[in-house]
Design a protein around this ligand. Structure first.
Ligand code: HEM
Length: 228
């Protein structure tokens, strides 16, 4: 999520961070309602948990990916690293909180009636087990950069260990990518069945997750000496 200790005091207006949060939630909620309630005909009684859960998971992915893209591909506060750091931390911790909320919501919904593709009769099938495994692993590994972003963690861990714990976020993003691929891949291949031509949230989420991983690879490649 970042490589410096938290600055003291409010260096960035809270409203700026909240704008990112609001934008991610508004986009995700609008997408989920339009695709599933309006175009696919999911009943409105499933809005409070089933649809809000979809929006929560997509906003989580957007915030987490943005946290790793700010400074790399999203150029904000280029001349003010202190402000950029506050934003990066906010996005990372906000994304982690929403991902945890999504996990709890999903577990309350988990049943063959809501998610028939995860079940064979009453037990989970292979798709369900792989999807759940990588969801849980994604959340587990996300805790590492989130916890080490808390105040005083950098001096407590030492620079090397702290940096490593931040980079584990890329592993968490990869696990999330597998979580999405396992549950959604089949639906990605049938665009003629997408309501209103809108791609499934699994596909949108996967595309978002791939961006910071690609940015990391490209930056690493550029940093490598010529002829290496
Ligand atoms: C304990 C951990 C997790 C569990 C039990 C879990 C469970 C689920 C379930 C059941 C779905 C299907 C939802 C649906 O189709 O309506 C889902 C979808 C999804 N999950 Fe997770 N998940 C976990 C972790 C994560 C994490 C860490 C992320 C990353 C932020 C994430 C992102 C997503 C996204 C973007 C979707 C697609 C939503 C959709 O297609 O509607 N999940 N997850």
């Amino acid at each position: 999520m970042s490589s410096n200790p938290a600055p003291e005091g409010p260096v960035l207006r809270r409203s700026h961070c909240h704008l990112w949060l609001l934008a991610a939630i508004a986009f995700s909620l609008a997408y989920a309602v339009l695709r599933y309630n309006v175009l696919k005909g999911v009943e409105w009684e499933h809005f409070p948990l089933y649809i809000v859960n979809k929006a929560t998971s997509l906003s989580a992915v957007i915030l987490l990916a943005s946290s790793y893209l700010v400074g790399r591909w999203i150029k904000v506060f280029e001349d003010d690293p202190e402000k950029r750091l506050v934003l990066v931390k906010f996005l990372g911790l906000g994304g982690f909180a929403l991902a945890a909320l999504h996990a709890v919501m999903s577990l309350t919904l988990l049943s063959p009636d809501y998610y028939p593709k995860f079940f064979a009769e009453t037990k989970m099938n292979l798709t369900g087990e792989i999807t759940m495994l990588f969801g849980v692993l994604g959340l587990f590994w996300m805790a590492s950069p989130a916890l080490s972003s808390l105040p005083n963690m950098q001096p407590a861990l030492g620079k090397r260990l702290w940096l490593r714990s931040q980079r584990i976020g890329y592993l968490a993003l990869s696990m999330t990518g597998i979580h999405l691929f396992a549950m959604g891949f089949k639906g990605w291949l049938t665009p003629n069945e997408w309501p209103g031509g809108m791609p499934p949230i699994t596909m949108v989420g996967f595309a978002v997750v791939v961006l910071p991983l690609a940015a990391k690879l490209i930056t690493k490649e550029r940093a490598r000496p010529a002829g290496d």
